[in-house]
Design a protein. Sequence first.
Length: 142
Amino acid sequence: MSYITDKIRSEVALRAKYCCEYCLIYEEDMFLAFEVDHIIAKKHGGGNEIENLAFCCPHCNQHKGSDIATFLVDYEDIIPLFNLRKQKWSEHFSSSHGEIIALSKIGQATIKLLKMNQPDLLIIRQILEDAGRYPPLFETEI
C-alpha cells in the first residue's frame, strides 16, 4: 500500500470535482469517504504521480483493485479497463435512470469488473437523478 499525502489527496479530489472518476457519484452523496486509487497499480509499474491517481468511491475502488483489464463473455480477448487519464468517460459510458450504460467494450469491461450497476447503486443513482444530483453537470466534459 502506498502512502498518499493529504495535499495530494486534496489535489486529486479537486481535479475530480469531488466526484468518483469511474461512476460519477459525488463524495458528499455517499456515506463513506472516497479514496485515491492508482489507475495503474504499483505492481504493474504504476507510481504515485498525480497523473496515475484517481478519486473514486469505495465501491469502485474495492472492485477495481489492482486490475487493469478483464475478459468479457467469450474469454477470447482481454479488454482493458477505462483509463480516465487517456479516455473520455462519455466515449465509453452513458447513464439513464441511474444505470451506467456501456458504449464500448472498454465500457462493458469496466462496468462488469467494477460491478457498477448493482441494484443498490442503481437505486442510489436513481434517487440522486430525481434530485438533480446525478449525473453531474460536468459529465459531458469528461
